[in-house]
Ligand binder design. Structure first.
Ligand code: MN
Length: 329
């Protein structure tokens, strides 16, 4: 069908952008995203794992991927003046969501690992939107499947996430223990694991002691507030990059103070600030070894005015910008 030029002028090519005040100078992320099926090369691939079956407390983060997209990513502009970063020229695609099985954690993890392994093999830097923190296990496994050697992980979280099990089953509190005890090749070396932002009265001494015994580097939120985030990230990069082939960022949104991230399973008074997190992602994402990030535990049903999704969208954009800089300088 045909419409008059006048009618066409007043229609957005929305791609989910919605109703915004149009300015011809503004370019939205959705406008530079292409269909991955038609692309020779994808630099950054967004992919959702809308799964919260293994969450330890309040469910809801299965709605995270769509909310982060619609409240942040899609209508973000592709230029950030504070960073002087322009995404123009970056090859970026949204691969959509993994078809998860809500009643089967292991089958879901298998599907995530299968899809993500192939995406990484194709040279894509994945930005995974979750979903509960349990899925970090297949995320990091997918990266390991594409490496000869090992990976370092820089994790942001209010919690240690090294629980053994939940009534004998895996949960959102177990991914890092599982990666360290991986029975196949390349278990995560605890000496290459850095946990930043740990905070609050929700942990157990048993697991705190375990981290010390294993040689995991735990940098509590309290320590981050007393030091500078730049200093903390430099230390984290040295540890995660020591003898490894790649670095994965795992960002549990509850590592942020609840003022910035109220919409999550276990909100965290005293956590990191949005600035600290944005700066950390900007630094880590540019590191030559950085190969991907997951952004988890955004739970829209518990959110207030979409604040958490907006914060998460900004963190996602920061990672995309840092990756552009890593690849293209
Ligand atoms: Mn976590």
């Amino acid at each position: 069908m045909k419409l008059s030029l006048d009618a066409q002028k007043y229609l957005f090519d929305a791609k989910g952008i919605g109703t915004l005040c149009p300015d011809d100078a503004d370019i939205k992320l959705a406008e530079i995203m292409k269909d991955w099926r038609t692309m020779d090369k994808v630099d950054v691939g967004i992919i959702g794992t809308p799964f919260d079956t293994s969450v330890m407390y309040r469910p809801g983060c299965r709605f995270g991927p769509e909310s982060i997209r619609s409240n942040g990513l899609i209508f973000s502009n592709i230029y950030e003046p504070g960073l002087d970063c322009d995404l123009n020229g970056l090859q970026i695609a949204d691969f959509g969501n993994i078809d998860v099985v809500y009643t089967d954690v292991l089958e879901t993890h298998r599907r995530v690992e299968l899809v993500l392994s192939e995406i990484i093999k194709a040279g894509v830097t994945p930005l995974v939107l979750g979903g509960d923190h349990g899925t970090t296990y297949p995320h990091v496994k997918s990266l390991l499947n594409n490496l000869e050697g090992n990976v370092g992980v820089i994790m942001f979280d209010g919690h240690l996430d090294v629980r053994t099990d939940h009534h004998g089953m895996i949960s959102s509190g177990t991914p890092f223990r599982r990666l360290m005890e991986e029975p196949e090749r390349n278990p995560l070396n605890p000496k290459n694991l850095v946990e930043i932002g740990i905070n609050g009265w929700l942990a157990s001494k048993k697991y705190g002691d375990f981290c010390k015994e294993q040689g995991i580097t735990v940098i509590p939120a309290r320590e981050v507030h007393k030091r500078s985030i730049e200093d903390v990230v430099k230390q984290a990069l040295e540890i995660a990059g020591d003898g490894t082939e790649a670095i994965w960022i795992s960002f549990d949104i509850d590592g942020l103070d609840l003022a910035y991230a109220p919409g999550t399973c276990a909100p965290n008074p005293g956590g990191l600030t949005a600035y600290q997190a944005l700066e950390a992602i900007w630094m880590i994402g540019q590191h030559p070894l950085c190969r991907g990030m997951d952004l988890l535990e955004v739970s829209p049903p518990w959110d207030i005015q979409n604040l958490t999704s907006i914060t998460a969208g900004a963190l996602a954009m920061q990672f995309i910008g840092a990756t552009k800089k890593r690849i293209y300088g």
